[in-house]
Design a protein around this ligand. Structure first.
Ligand SMILES: [Zn+2]
Length: 415
């Protein structure tokens, strides 16, 4: 049993003093009156809802444009070169570096959207490497095991995509169930992924959705990050990818669409009203020149929006939060788009980086509340970047003016 008495504690969208938190067997067992004797402010540990850890190896690569500007698809070619180069050990080392940097930035749970499965054949050897890396770093992980069957609508996999391959749906499910057997139980869980409607045919997406419900697993999918995907889907199916999903699967709070950059209003409304989650990755979406998602509309509909570091070109949840709101400000020439019912950007953005991420990964985390995991990011409130902040302004000061150096510690399951 561990008892914390932080100077300030983030509860229900605000920082409170005089709070004592008791963690027992990895979970918050009690919250009572405290004496503020432990230095720092406690946030729920950040939940990074969407990551491809190995892409940490691309940082600084593909940023020279000697033959002119390019797009997401030019970046993807650079990513395939990295995939081609990596040995299992190099892959594991990149995951370790990436997860270490995540912890240093206050992230205590990562949702690893994992499609890089194989070394030389259909061996799924990289899956184990991801789990080993997470265990070594001590980060909580939901391994979102991806099905990746096609190189585009009705197309075979390309040369660069062979290490992602799903040979058959049956062996893919066997691997999901085998992973369920080897995860450590306390800090590791398994979820499912259909990589995208480009890479997985709709009958298989339906099968994955049904199998995920049967297993109580969250399911994620990349959706409408690029206009080209929407055009190709319209050509093949006569509807947008989001409309295709809305019509084909049981959308629920256990289903998450990642990006939704170019999603049409009516499709989004149906998705949200069915309980579907949206995950945004603002830094990656900026780096890849995807476009800007219409957050104003999503918020008006009460959508549950989480955040992910995705390509890990930069790992900072504070920056993801800041960019989510700032991109809207630049685009709409309007301040205060990502706000809660009281108009607070801090409450909205911190919720996106914690509670909403936990919901979309199907785990009991992301809030400082009894019964939740004892996962915390501890902020150094004496840090130069936070000088002058009060308990009322600290949340927004973190969102607008802080970098990872204000995180002095992460605590996972009370350790
Ligand atoms: Zn992604």
């Amino acid at each position: 049993m561990t008892v914390y008495n932080p100077e300030l504690t983030w509860i229900n969208g605000e920082f409170l003093a005089n709070i004592s938190i008791t963690v027992e067997n990895g979970k918050i067992a009690a919250i009572s009156e405290g004496d503020n004797s432990d230095k720092g402010a406690f946030l729920p540990g950040f939940v990074n809802a969407h990551s491809h850890a190995f892409q940490r190896g691309l940082r600084g690569r593909g940023e020279t444009f000697s033959t002119g500007s390019n797009s997401f698809w030019g970046w993807r070619e650079e990513m395939y070169k990295l995939v081609d180069e990596l040995s299992v050990d190099q892959f594991r080392m990149l995951c370790i570096e990436c997860f270490t940097e995540m912890r240093q930035s206050g992230i205590t749970t990562v949702g690893e959207f994992h499609y890089f499965h194989h070394d030389t054949s259909n061996d799924y050897i990289m899956d184990r490497a991801v789990l080993e890396a997470a265990q070594e770093v001590g980060i909580r992980i939901v391994l979102l095991h991806a099905n990746y069957s096609h190189g585009g609508f009705g197309k075979p996999l390309s040369e660069g995509q062979q290490r992602f391959a799903t040979d058959s749906l049956e062996t893919w499910w066997e691997q999901v169930d085998a992973l369920q057997e080897i995860v450590d139980g306390s800090k590791q869980r398994v979820g499912t992924v259909a990589h995208s409607v480009r890479a997985v045919d709709i009958d298989t997406v339906k099968n994955i959705a049904i199998g995920s419900v049967q297993r109580g697993m969250p399911m994620h999918i990349h959706l409408e990050e690029q206009r080209q995907e929407i055009e190709a889907c319209l050509h093949t199916h006569g509807v947008t990818p989001m409309a295709l999903l809305n019509d084909s699967i049981a959308v629920s709070p256990m289903v998450t669409a990642v990006h939704c950059t170019h999603t049409a209003a009516a499709d989004m409304e149906q998705w949200i009203s069915s309980g579907g989650n949206v995950c945004l990755c603002p830094l990656t979406e900026a780096n890849l020149a995807d476009g800007i998602c219409d957050m104003h509309r999503i918020n008006n509909q009460g959508g549950c929006v989480s955040l992910g570091t995705d390509s890990n070109a930069r790992i900072s949840m504070f920056e993801e939060m800041r960019w989510m709101e700032y991109a809207q400000r630049l685009y709409r020439e309007e301040r205060g788009v990502c706000v809660d019912n009281n108009g607070s950007i801090a409450a909205y953005l911190i919720n996106s980086a914690t509670k909403n991420g936990a919901r979309c990964l199907g785990i009991s985390a992301g809030e400082i509340a009894v019964g939740k995991f004892g996962d915390f990011a501890v902020v150094d409130i004496g840090h130069q970047q936070l000088t002058g902040a009060t308990s009322e302004t600290l949340g927004a000061a973190l969102c607008c003016g802080a970098d990872n150096s204000v995180i002095k510690q992460t605590i996972i399951a009370g350790v």
